[in-house]
Design a binder for this molecule. Structure first.
Ligand SMILES: Cc1cc2nc3c(=O)[nH]c(=O)nc-3n(C[C@H](O)[C@H](O)[C@H](O)COP(=O)(O)OP(=O)(O)OC[C@H]3O[C@@H](n4cnc5c(N)ncnc54)[C@H](O)[C@@H]3O)c2cc1C
Length: 468
């Protein structure tokens, strides 16, 4: 039986592991951390009983992923589908809300309802076409060419300064800017618009859903399936050098998958020059800082709908969101950063003790202090709430007292140029990769990224032989 060794137990590594185990490989997953899941981990980072997602909390793409659809993830764990996907408060108490229902969202946006509808309805009502286009190699005929064209035209509009002309009210413009800012790119940018429009459409297609109990449930379901098919996971093993790491013999059909940062591939002794050059040129995105809070009571949001929203984008108007992200892109510190706040315990009672919510706040600025400071008197909450907090920060900025541990985070590159280069690298990977080695990480967008698409085409045949 051929061996498959996967370095890293993030969602992409585990999805590859499951696919290979079912295709008849003897699978071994090696993970540096003490627990499995990578960005899918959920831990009691603050106090006992408060279960915080370390990275991903919201999973809008999960159920539209062809891999997870084939895996049956919708049935394997319990999903929560909140009525509200995300909300965006402004400093003076006004707020815009993206409801799961696009009609309700458009109605609430008043004069901008028509523009919101025109922008997102053609995408959300053809979400499979959008996912097919975004989750596969860009240079090929999309399954739904009209949807792909509509999506591309909207990217051109929202990825350029024309975006400031789409809406008449600050609320609608901020609602879209907040979701586009998830991409951690300079704004407006084509890469940011592409990512933002995708998840904004998902907000109205199936909604932004959450696994009850936290993201760890997804990782646990994948590992359970892997083990049922004979695979194994070893934690606490950090692989530094592929030259000395035993993963088998490529001439016998053994394969190595790297679910790690790209530079580990450089230690492979058989790495072809062109591939090494492409990997060396990879541009990392900005670092991310996150603080988790265990609170003594609900966050006193001024706006009632915001209090019911699991995800809240705190960043002010469209111009303020753009200014914050552009400052980060230029390596500056924004005093009023765009902050992504998730409050899972408002709909999932397994996440925190009764009446004591938990909340996680993430931003791409290079320090955490800004995550605990209120933006204005209207959105103040941290001063009136007591509790415990835990943070992870970029390693270079880990002196804040909240930082109980520091994790070197390198977020995936979402620069437009990097994404386009990844198309070329995809070809390099397929025809000139190191013998037997493949990459399967979220930091490179190519067709071996099972989070959005099934693993590469040669394994698909194996998957068909052993359906999920
Ligand atoms: C703060 C934050 C919030 C996020 N929120 C969301 C969200 O709400 N929704 C969403 O969809 N996405 C979110 N993301 C993005 C999501 O977490 C990532 O896209 C996803 O985790 C990438 O998966 P992956 O499998 O490629 O890599 P990872 O999840 O990073 O997993 C890689 C694994 O490989 C291990 N590893 C790496 N190198 C080695 C080595 N040399 N030896 C052994 N093991 C190694 C690591 O320890 C890690 O466990 C968020 C990310 C961050 C940082």
């Amino acid at each position: 039986m051929p061996r498959a060794t996967i370095i890293g137990s993030g969602p992409n590594g585990l999805a590859s592991a499951v696919s290979l185990a079912r295709a008849g490989y003897e699978v071994r997953v090696v993970e540096a951390a003490e627990t499995i899941g990578g960005g899918l981990r959920t831990t009691e980072a603050t106090l006992p009983g408060f279960r915080h997602d370390v990275c991903s909390a919201v999973h809008p793409a999960t159920l539209s992923s062809p891999f997870f659809e084939a895996f049956g993830m919708a049935e394997r764990i319990e999903w929560i589908h909140p009525e509200i996907s995300y909300a965006h408060p402004l400093d003076d108490g006004r707020a815009a809300v993206a409801w799961r229902s696009i009609d309700r969202t458009a109605n609430a946006l008043g004069v901008d309802g028509r523009a919101w509808n025109a922008l997102l309805r053609p995408l959300s009502s053809h979400i499979d076409g959008v996912v097919d286009f975004t989750g596969n190699a860009l240079l090929r005929m999309p399954r739904e060419p009209v949807t792909a064209l509509r999506y591309a035209l909207r990217i051109l509009e929202q990825g350029t300064p024309l975006a400031s002309l789409t809406f008449r009210t600050e609320e609608a413009a901020a609602l879209l800017a907040g979701v586009i800012a998830h991409a951690n790119t300079p704004l407006p940018s084509l890469g940011g618009a592409a990512a933002g429009l995708l998840i904004a459409s998902m907000a109205h297609a199936g909604g932004w859903m959450y696994p009850r109990g936290g993201a760890q449930r997804i990782a646990d379901a994948l590992v359970a399936d892997l083990e049922a098919h004979g695979g194994t996971v070893e934690t606490g093993v950090h692989v530094h050098d592929l030259a000395t790491f035993d993963w088998g013999d490529p001439t016998r059909g053994d394969v190595l998958l790297l679910n790690s940062a790209p530079r580990l591939a450089l230690t492979h002794p058989g790495i072809p020059y062109r591939y090494a050059k492409a990997i060396s040129a990879y541009r990392y995105g900005p670092a991310v800082a996150k603080v988790d809070f265990a609170l003594d009571g609900p966050i006193p949001w001024t706006n009632r709908d915001v209090a019911k929203a699991p995800t809240v984008h705190i960043g002010g108007t469209q111009a303020e969101v753009w200014a914050s992200e552009n400052a980060v892109a230029r390596g500056r510190i924004s005093d009023r950063p765009y902050v992504l706040s998730v409050q899972p315990s408002i709909f999932d009672d397994s996440r925190a003790p009764q009446g004591r919510p938990c909340c996680g706040r993430t931003c791409t600025c290079r320090r955490t202090l800004t995550l605990t400071r209120p933006r204005s008197s209207r959105s103040r909450w941290s001063a009136s709430r007591r509790g415990s907090a835990s943070a992870f920060l970029p390693v270079t900025r880990c002196r804040h007292p909240l930082a109980r541990r520091s994790i070197p985070l390198r977020s995936a590159a979402t620069h437009s140029a990097e994404r386009l280069r990844s198309v070329r690298r995809c070809d390099v990977l397929c025809c000139r990769r190191p013998p037997g080695a493949r990459r399967c990480a979220g930091s490179i967008s190519h067709r071996q990224q099972p989070l959005l698409a099934p693993v590469s085409t040669d394994w698909r045949a194996g998957m068909r032989r052993a359906p999920y």
